[in-house]
Design a protein around this ligand. Sequence first.
Ligand code: FMN
Length: 139
Amino acid sequence: MKNLLITYNSKTGKTKKYAEEINNYITSKGVKTALISIDEFDIALVKNAEGILFGAWTNGLMIFLQHPDKPWVKFAKDLPEIKDKKVGLFTTYLLATGSMFKKMKIHLGGKISESMFELKSKKGKLSDHDKVLLDNFIK
Ligand SMILES: Cc1cc2nc3c(=O)[nH]c(=O)nc-3n(C[C@H](O)[C@H](O)[C@H](O)COP(=O)(O)O)c2cc1C
């Protein structure tokens, strides 16, 4: 992979930190990246990217009914179809991600072909397991 777009939705900064760790790791492997909050998202960035990572913080009732928050849902709704690209999802949480990834996929609707992986972190730190999944993703 030559170009990766990393998007994130962060309320208190943990998902942003996680996105930055992912970005640092990916760039250390020689892949060009664009790292952007959904607030500053520009549709033109999608064009050149071979892969896109969608990050959002886990909202819900702590142990159940997890879902992305409203701004991310709107962001997903406004996206164009991106079936020709590799896609991965990531989130940060406190207790349980539960239905979070399932809901993210529902909101992305038929726009993506499939998600190749799901990364999650309580602290916004990249684990060794995350690194293995990212290595496969950028192959
Ligand atoms: C309104 C609200 C609902 C939350 N619901 C959940 C939840 O259902 N499960 C969970 O594990 N964490 C939940 N959390 C914790 C956040 O997912 C967690 O703190 C996350 O890392 C915040 O990311 P951010 O710093 O990028 O905003 C909730 C936090 C808030 C403010």
